[in-house]
Design a protein around this ligand. Structure first.
Ligand code: V47
Length: 352
C-alpha cells in the first residue's frame, strides 16, 4: 500500500479498508502530498448564505436535530416573501451563492420548492443557486412525479438551479442507513440522482455524515462508492465529511468522535478520492481551528461565510451566525496558507 502511495497509484478497495491502520502522521504525509500537488498551499472559501426554508419533515431521522419533533417543537415554513427578504439583505452583504436545503414538507406542493429559485434568479441573475439535495429530489419525485427523478431534474434546470449540494448522503451502508434514516432516499438512489444531474453537464458535491453509529469500514465503503460513481459520471466538485453534531437529537447520548479520528478520516478521504478535486473541511461542524488543521491533512477548502445556518447549528454547530470574511482571511494567512475566495464551481475570484 505504501509503495502505491509513494508512486501516486490508485489504492485497491482492499487496500482502502486498511488505511485506518496507519497512524495520523503517515496518513497526513500522503494526504498532504496529494493536496499540495493539486492545490499547493491555497485554502479556498466562498461568500455564501445558507437558507433552510422549512423544518417540517415527513421523515424522522435519528441523527437530526433540525426537523420539528419532540426535541425541537418549533415548526416553521417560510413564505417566498420571507425568503426574498433574506436574499435581498444577504446580496447587499456581498453573498455570491445561496445554498438552499429544506426538510421534506408537502405544505406548498412542488411549486413552493421550485418557484423561489426563479424568483431569486430573476432578481439576481449573478447569484449562484445551490439547491435540492438528492433527498429532496427523491421526496419530490415520489410525492408528485410518479418517482421520475428525471422529471424533477428537468424542473431544476427550468427553474434555474445552478448546482446541487451534497446533502442527504448520510452514510451509504444499508444496515446503518436503515437505523438512521430508513424512509429517506436509498444509497443507490442518491448516487443515481447525482449521476443523472452530472449527465446534464452539471456539478454537485458529495457529503458523508460521520461520528455517530457508523464504524470505520462504513466510512471507507461510503468513500469507495463515491469514487466509483465519480469514475462513471465525473461531476462531483467536492467531498465533504460532515462531523455529526449530537445535541437535541434522538442519538444525543452517543460518545463524541476524537480529533485524531476526524483528521484521519479527512486524510483518508483525500487519499481514496483521487478523482474528486476538492476536500472540504466544513468549518461549521469541525470548528474553525480543527478545519484549519485539516488543511494540513488533505483538505483544501473550508466552505463559506454562511451568515446563518439552521441544520447543523440545531445540533450544536457554530454555524448559527456564520463567520466574517475577515476571520476567514486572517486565520488562513496566519497559518501561512494562501486565502483564496472562489466561486461555487471553484473558479478563483480573489487572493487576499
Ligand atoms: O444531509 C443533519 C447533515 C446535511 C446534522 O454541498 C448534520 O457544499 C451534522 O449537505 N450534524 C445538510 N450534520 C447540509 C449539507 C451541506 C453542508 C455544507 C455544505 C454542503 C455542500 C452541503 O447536513 C444533511 C445531513 O447529512 N446533518 N443533521 C447534524 N446534527
Amino acid at each position: 500500500m505504501l509503495e502505491k502511495l509513494n508512486n501516486n497509484e490508485r489504492l485497491s478497495d482492499e487496500d482502502c479498508y486498511k488505511l485506518y491502520d496507519l497512524d495520523l502522521h503517515t496518513l497526513g504525509f500522503y494526504a498532504n502530498k496529494i493536496r499540495q500537488k493539486l492545490h499547493s498551499n491555497k485554502v479556498y472559501f466562498n461568500c455564501n448564505r445558507h437558507i433552510n426554508p422549512t423544518n417540517m419533515c415527513v421523515d424522522s431521522c435519528a441523527f437530526c436535530a433540525f426537523s420539528a419533533n419532540k426535541f425541537n417543537p418549533n415548526p416553521y415554513h417560510l413564505t417566498h416573501e420571507e425568503i426574498m427578504q433574506i436574499v435581498d439583505n444577504t446580496v447587499k452583504n456581498g453573498t455570491k451563492e445561496i445554498h438552499i436545503v429544506s426538510a421534506h414538507n408537502k405544505k406548498g406542493g412542488w411549486q413552493w420548492y421550485f418557484e423561489i429559485f426563479k424568483k431569486i434568479k430573476d432578481k439576481y441573475p449573478q447569484i449562484h443557486i445551490k439547491a435540492m439535495t438528492a433527498a429532496e429530489i427523491n421526496f419530490i419525485a415520489k410525492t408528485y412525479f410518479n418517482g421520475d427523478f428525471n422529471a424533477v431534474i428537468d424542473k431544476m434546470l427550468e427553474y434555474k438551479v445552478d448546482s446541487m449540494p451534497g446533502g442527504g448522503a448520510e452514510i451509504f451502508n444499508e444496515e446503518i442507513r436503515n437505523k438512521l434514516c430508513k424512509d429517506k432516499v436509498k444509497s443507490d438512489e442518491w448516487l443515481h440522482i447525482h449521476g443523472l444531474w452530472h449527465k446534464k453537464g452539471k456539478k454537485s458535491n458529495a457529503t458523508m455524515l460521520f461520528g455517530h453509529i457508523e464504524k470505520q469500514e462504513h466510512r471507507i465503503e461510503h468513500m469507495l462508492r463515491i469514487r466509483k460513481q465519480q469514475d462513471i459520471s465525473g461531476g462531483f466538485n467536492a467531498f465533504i465529511p460532515l462531523l455529526w453534531q449530537k445535541d437535541n437529537s434522538f442519538l444525543k447520548n452517543l460518545a463524541p468522535l476524537g480529533s485524531v479520528e476526524i483528521l484521519k478520516t479527512i486524510a483518508i478521504a483525500r487519499i481514496i478520492l483521487d478523482n474528486v478535486a476538492n476536500i472540504k473541511a466544513y468549518w461549521a461542524t469541525l470548528g474553525l481551528n480543527l478545519a484549519m488543521v485539516a488543511q494540513e491533512y488533505g483538505a483544501n477548502d473550508l466552505d463559506g461565510t454562511i451568515e446563518k445556518e439552521s441544520i447543523q447549528s440545531a445540533g450544536g454547530a457554530a454555524s448559527k451566525n456564520g463567520l466574517s470574511l475577515n476571520d476567514f482571511v486572517e486565520n488562513i494567512k496566519s497559518s501561512n496558507l494562501r486565502a483564496i475566495e472562489r466561486d461555487s464551481l471553484y473558479n478563483e475570484i480573489k487572493e487576499y
